[in-house]
Design a protein around this ligand. Sequence first.
Ligand SMILES: [Fe+2]
Length: 327
Amino acid sequence: MSIQALGYLGIGTGKLDDWTNYATNWLGMQAVDRGAGVRAFRMDDRKQRLVIDSSMPEGQRYFGWEVADARALDALAARLEAAGVAVKREPGTLADQRFVSGLISFADPSGNRLEAFHGAQIADEPFRPGRSISGFRTGPLGMGHAVLMVTSIEPALAFYRDLLGFRISDFIRKPITAYFLHANPRHHSVALFEAPHTGMHHLMVELYSFDDVGQGYDIAQGEKDRIVATLGRHPNDLVTSFYMHTPSDILVEYGWGGVEVDDATWQPEEMTSVASFWGHHGLFDAMGPDGAPPMAAPDAIRAPLQVMEGNFHRMSGVCPWWDAMRR
Ligand SMILES: [Fe+2]
């Protein structure tokens, strides 16, 4: 399999100061100096994950998809070209700007600029979050997930699944059409939603601590109209999150507690609803100008929390109902 994770995201906009304030004081990323016209942000040990570039037109973006090494990058380029996709081997100057060893670029069927790279550079200095957070869950899971709106699902699905090697986690065909695709244990690194127009809906970043999300929710509630969807829990990736506006026309989903997909046992399922277990009010109002049809709540409306070792404390059995459930 070639693509391993969402490595970085670049966003074109002139709103450099707004983004710097937002990415550091709200999201908890670390700003790094990249000279005039560009702001880069760290989320972990890497030199950069999010890049805001004023030399790119507003609304233009690039998605950096990570592969294992130079050989995997060559193999991906060959596979894309064999399928008739134009691939550019980017020069060392661009690799230096991205802080990677090498990259290629190409477009997906919607015209999104995709880059595939290997050899992301690690910073010398430890990550220092912009506000007090425990950290972002990245590593082999990548920086998060991207949700894209596509006008035609079939070519997009064929591209991401058959050419880039993503696997389907789950999907829905009614009342909307969407596919959730994984490249590593994160439930989805990309999701494709059929919509009347193309674009990027949101970037999800995942925090180590549920309290990081709650404190971020407090901060976001301090500004009128910042929150797009209230705190809620998704039925498929089990993430508890809220959605907020960014200085650009994409949203950020700020979440915690995502389920892990194991390819050895995972079976893709057709969902009958993408409605959340609870919360996320306002999410589908923001999906597009037409919104999306109202959804029935899923049949199963609860699931165990997904926690990491060291991030939970097991309670003693003092609840007769729960003890009976366990028996
Ligand atoms: Fe999401």
